[in-house]
Design a protein around this ligand. Structure first.
Ligand code: ADA
Length: 538
């Protein structure tokens, strides 16, 4: 098997519409977003990327690890595939023809049509960027090479795992298996088997030890850790976990979601140093690089399919539903080996007080369950008082904004936080499912020190109260504060209270990762509470 990473500098054109013809008279990086180029922000256009590729011919696979809103791929001028699932990993198996040089063109737009079947909506509270968000990889293979290896840990006491393999085309006669590069064993081909990892070590946030398995020359890494969400506690390897962390958008004003890997790493190091152990990857499938890094750093991740505030007209639309299901299936297949991923999610803040949501939530949960029984499945609700879908999922995950969106509180609403948290602790006291606040927060304009709402001081007071509440109320298994850093959204927004500067300003850091007061104050609070177990970073 031969892999070519096609990232780099490609020929490029930006077009206003599909009638125009690309001249490829400019250049772009891949990955890269075209609407962060000078003068392009805020415009809805089409990006055309072109490069030459040398292959040995025959069937090959093109992997797009994540693209913009609608994408089509052409090989020597012929369409070989399309994607309408932004942020999802797409794999296209196609006949590349004869050996030699070929032309690869990727055309992707950032149009946001109002069609109910579309996955990205004009009302989402994060910016719909256009471009190639992540790696482009070409794989040449022998027909019996393995295309996919899945490792599911079964026991943290014995190190037993379940392994599944999938060849590209034809079934090989044997499997040559080596854990951690040692003691290769050969067995007749089976697509699924259980075995024990020799000299196994456990993966945990405190000690994130990983293993590798190499089968017929293909290597994947995995961690041995077992999750248990069958009570009100969330356990990892038998030990109850308190999840304390933040939501994070893959976003930067200069890169959009095509963030460089060292920026992702710096964000994760900041999160780790802060003392957080948990990230909710809001609101779409996460980059492989982020998950690789979280595996290594011991950060726990909630990964979810793209969705935001979807309403009955979408939840009842079969194109929308089928693409939601496809997104979930692709997400699980992409990330299943990552020990850091501890929760699968979808449909953030959909109309979960409506029957249409119940049908789709149950369909998505079943699709995920069919592929993976080792992690809990959930959706974040913003209507916990009237939600009718809690029975369909494994966790109670609620987005609440006491002290911010409640219209009654004029100047200081922080007094509403503890009573609201108590209300939900009481409401869910008899349900044997972990209770997590999946969003809570307040906006603060970086540099506003007025002490009123929108100031850094108000945000600090609100978040401190929340974190103290989480430590003091046993019913809460965790919290993902909203939000790691300010992130691009729309200035012409319909969202409550507007979005000054065109940003969601609820970050504890600004969009350039400069800390607001809350960031440092929360770190002190976590230290006081004895929660910072950061031993893996300096
Ligand atoms: C919601 C939503 C977030 C963000 C947040 C806010 O809960 O899930 O994406 O929009 O509200 O800032 O209001």
């Amino acid at each position: 098997m031969k892999e070519q990473n096609l990232n780099g500098i490609w020929d490029f054109s930006i077009l206003p519409d599909y009638e125009s013809v690309p001249r490829f008279d400019s250049i772009s990086t891949v990955p890269g977003c075209f609407d962060v180029r000078p003068g392009e922000f805020g415009k809805r256009k089409i990006g055309c990327y072109r490069r030459k590729v040398n292959v040995s011919g025959g069937k090959i696979m093109l992997t797009l690890a994540g693209c913009g809103l609608h994408t089509e791929i052409f090989w020597d001028g012929n369409s070989i595939g399309k994607s309408v699932l932004p942020y999802s990993k797409e794999e296209i198996l196609f006949d590349s023809g004869c050996a030699g040089e070929h032309e690869l063109v990727i055309i992707t737009d950032n149009f946001i049509p109002k069609d109910p079947g579309e996955q990205f909506k004009p009302f989402y509270d994060f910016y719909g960027f256009g471009g190639i968000y992540s790696d482009v990889i070409l794989t040449e293979f022998a027909p019996d090479d393995l295309r996919y290896i899945e490792v599911i840990p079964l026991s943290y006491e014995t190190g037993e795992v379940k392994i599944k393999v999938e060849p590209f085309e034809s079934v090989p006669e044997t499997l040559r298996i080596a854990f951690d590069g040692k003691d290769e064993k050969e067995i007749p081909f089976v697509s699924e088997f259980n075995c024990f990892v020799p000299d196994f070590k456990l993966w945990s946030p405190e000690k994130p030890d990983l293993h590798t398995v190499t089968i017929n020359g293909k290597t994947v890494s995995f961690g041995i850790r077992i999750l248990d969400w069958s009570t009100q506690e969330f356990k990892l390897n038998g030990k109850p976990l308190k999840l304390i962390g933040c939501n994070r958008h893959e976003s930067h004003p200069e890169f959009g979601p095509a963030t460089p890997e060292n920026l992702i790493l710096n964000d994760l190091l900041l999160i780790k140093k802060q003392g957080f152990n948990f990230i909710r990857g809001s609101h779409y499938p996460q980059r492989a690089a982020l998950l690789d890094m979280c595996d290594r750093l011991g950060l726990l991740v909630w990964e979810e399919a793209l969705g935001w505030g979807n309403k009955p007209e979408e939840l009842g639309n079969e194109t929308f539903c089928a693409n939601q299901e496809l997104q979930c299936r692709k997400m699980v297949r992409k990330s299943i080996n990552h020990p850091c991923v501890i929760i699968w999610g979808f449909l953030n803040e959909c109309s979960s007080d409506d029957e249409s949501a119940k049908t789709l939530i149950s369909r998505l949960r079943s699709a995920i369950r069919e592929l993976d029984q080792s992690r809990p499945v959930t959706f974040a609700t913003n209507r916990p008082r009237r939600d009718i879908c809690f029975d369909e999922v494994d966790l109670l995950t609620i987005n609440i904004y006491p002290g911010w969106y409640d219209i009654d509180c004029k100047v200081d609403g922080t007094g509403e936080i503890i009573p609201t948290m108590q209300e939900f602790a009481e409401k869910f006291k008899d349900i044997q499912k972990p209770l997590i606040i999946s969003e809570i927060g307040a906006a603060a304009i970086y540099g506003d020190h007025s002490g009123y709402r929108w100031s850094e001081e108000y945000q600090t007071k609100l978040l401190e109260t929340v974190v103290n509440g989480i430590f003091d109320m046993d019913r809460y298994t965790g919290v993902a504060l909203w939000l790691f850093c300010d992130a691009n959204t729309y200035i012409e927004t319909v969202h409550f209270f507007g979005r000054p500067r065109g940003f969601n300003n609820k970050g504890m850091l600004n969009e350039y990762r400069k800390p607001k007061i809350s960031w440092n104050r929360l770190h002190e609070l976590l230290v006081q509470r004895g929660f910072t177990a950061d031993k893996t970073t300096d």
